[in-house]
Ligand binder design. Sequence first.
Ligand SMILES: Nc1ncnc2c1ncn2[C@@H]1O[C@H](COP(=O)(O)OP(=O)(O)OP(=O)(O)O)[C@@H](O)[C@H]1O
Ligand SMILES: [Mg+2]
Length: 383
Amino acid sequence: MAATAVEPRPDEAEPRGGAPSTRIAVHGLTKTYTRRDGTTVRAVDDLTLDVDAGEFLVLLGPSGCGKTTLLRSLAGLEDVQAGRIELDGRPVEDSAARVRVPTERRGLSMMFQSYALWPHKTVAQNVEYPLTTRRIDRPERADRVRTVLDAVGVGALAGQYPGALSGGQQQRVALARSLVAGDGIVLFDEPLSNVDARVREQLRAEIRRLHAEIGFTAVYVTHDQEEALTLATRLLVLREGRIAQSGSPAEVYLRPTDAGVARFMGAGNEISGVARGDIVTSDAGDVVGRAMPEIAEGTPVVAFSRPETWCFDPPPAVLNRWTGTVAGTVFLGSVSEHTVVLPGGVRVRVRTLGATGPDVGAEVEVGVPADAVRVLAASGSPS
Ligand SMILES: Nc1ncnc2c1ncn2[C@@H]1O[C@H](COP(=O)(O)OP(=O)(O)OP(=O)(O)O)[C@@H](O)[C@H]1O
Ligand SMILES: [Mg+2]
């Protein structure tokens, strides 16, 4: 594609009120770093990505796969070597045409883990700050600050200093600060990783609600699978600066395209064997699944499935069925997880609701439907 980038006029670069979500188009983006020993790292590697206006895109992937670098590149904080970024069709980055629109003129806000509040400013002053650099008069600023503080549930704390707030309240203020300008894009880099589990769950729900209400486009980095599944309208799994898989949360969780993605998205039963079409020949016998198209006959594969898709006493229609022995049970609250040893010594985990299920040592019938089993290349890089 030809790059016909022009530096936008300053007035075009101002965030537009009333239409608060922005489309993002990334094409061929590459960012390499040179380490002090002279080796280079491709943090983002020829990455092409479209994010629709209003999407909530969650970036997942192992440490060092390029999540932060991608966010920083979107924000204009990285000196990228190649590629193009357009926001609503407006080029903000084009290395070939030497275009780089500065951060403050991209119409985006950020909430980063390390984005601390200023201790010497009150809550209201902290939240007002992003508005002071824009042409918004004082009464309107005060009005917006009040509205957004109420929206995130800390309206009563407007006059306090950050030092007098709990960690969760400080995160709420940081969230308010990232939303106050009403920008079309909000970038989040692990914003909830420093707060405890309960507060994290509350804030996650708040972010979800505010996204539905306000409608900004979100690009959100997290290491927490539950957070990713709760928030995302689309998940993007990165590996070594490239897209390993992109899809709806259910798609990526239930139909991972390789073993690396599958393992990264949570617990699974893996039965190793050799591929014969949709069948895996394993120590436990044949397992019927759905093979990825690129898998060749006779190659080493894993039959991958989620523990909650297995059941005891499977109905007759379930093709994959074994007699096994319960080796152990862990009660996890809403579910119990039972380890069952199949013929050939293959161990799988089976989940049941609450504290129900067979006794340890019992002989049981277990099974998993073929459409819950993915046949994946055994070489998928571990995460
Ligand atoms: N300033 C830098 N100089 C050299 N290498 C860097 C620099 N910043 C990042 N890298 C390297 O680029 C790669 C991607 O880093 P990045 O911070 O984007 O990863 P990440 O996916 O955000 O990881 P994490 O989940 O640990 O935050 C890593 O290999 C990292 O070591
Ligand atoms: Mg990071």
